[in-house]
Design a protein around this ligand. Structure first.
Ligand code: PGA
Length: 246
């Protein structure tokens, strides 16, 4: 049985005080449970102070990192330093990184390998843009195979299926379509890695909210959600975790 995962992606939001308020509130309201993994991904500069306050019921992740351990890469985040902060997860290949910061599948592939080498759990994002919607299966297949090229162990990876047109738009994908795409992702993983693919958590992301999260969680292949806007609010975040526990 795969555990459900509810991941908040705060993006470039929240001050240090706002971030701490969120963590205190959520720690307070979160029931003791082991059915759902809960992760909050925040800006790099906030990670250490959040990690100090993480509990078993709330783990912390980064939103990005570089693939080199050290060197002349001004402004980048070393996986070694990330690991030393106590962070457990790292989002890689988010569409905002792909589109605004020109990250290629090849670069994301190097990052995935670096994360695994340093004992970080990658949350690897794939998904089609609106222009690519008619070729979505092929686009996703291509992204997955390139981003996982040479990766031999996928046991620590979470895959996020995030149709780019659904991110931050308030227009989520239909749960049945998301299920179809995610079951195809699982088939590709099966083709690449065999039976272990059944243990990989694959989550949906794109305008998930307390109102629609159940429709995704009810689908057999959707193991949770990657949530931006709605996960900025601690009450909504807890509500979505509770929906996954039900
Ligand atoms: P959203 O963002 O929930 O605001 O659509 C999701 C994401 O970017 O991961």
């Amino acid at each position: 049985m795969r555990k459900k995962v509810i991941i908040a992606n705060w993006k470039m939001n929240k001050t240090r005080d706002e971030a701490l308020d969120f963590i205190y509130m959520v720690n307070d309201k979160m029931p003791d449970q082991n059915k759902v993994s809960t992760v909050v991904c925040a800006q790099a500069i906030l990670l250490r102070c959040l990690v100090k306050r993480q509990g078993d019921n709330l783990r912390i992740g980064a939103e990005n990192m570089f693939y080199k351990d050290e060197g002349a890469y001004t402004g980048e985040i070393s996986p070694v330093v990330l690991k030393s902060t106590g962070v457990e997860y790292v989002i890689l290949g988010h569409s905002e990184r792909r589109n605004l910061f020109m990250e290629s599948d090849e670069m994301i592939n190097l990052k995935v390998k670096a994360a695994i080498n340093h004992g970080l759990k990658p949350i690897l994002c794939v998904g089609e843009t609106l222009e690519q919607i008619d070729d979505a299966d092929k686009v996703i297949d291509d992204q997955l195979r390139k981003c996982l090229d040479g990766v031999s162990d996928i046991s620590s990876i979470i895959i996020g299926y995030e149709p780019v047109w659904a991110i931050g738009t308030g227009k989520s994908a239909d749960a049945k379509i998301a299920e179809d795409r995610i079951s195809k992702i699982r088939k590709i993983l099966n083709d690449m890695y065999g039976a272990v693919s059944n243990e990989v958590s694959i989550v949906y992301g794109g305008s998930v909210s307390p109102n629609n999260i159940r429709s995704f969680l009810n689908e057999p292949n959707i193991d949770g959600a990657l949530i931006g806007n709605s996960a900025l609010d601690p009450n909504k975040y807890v509500e979505m975790v509770l929906a996954a526990i039900e």
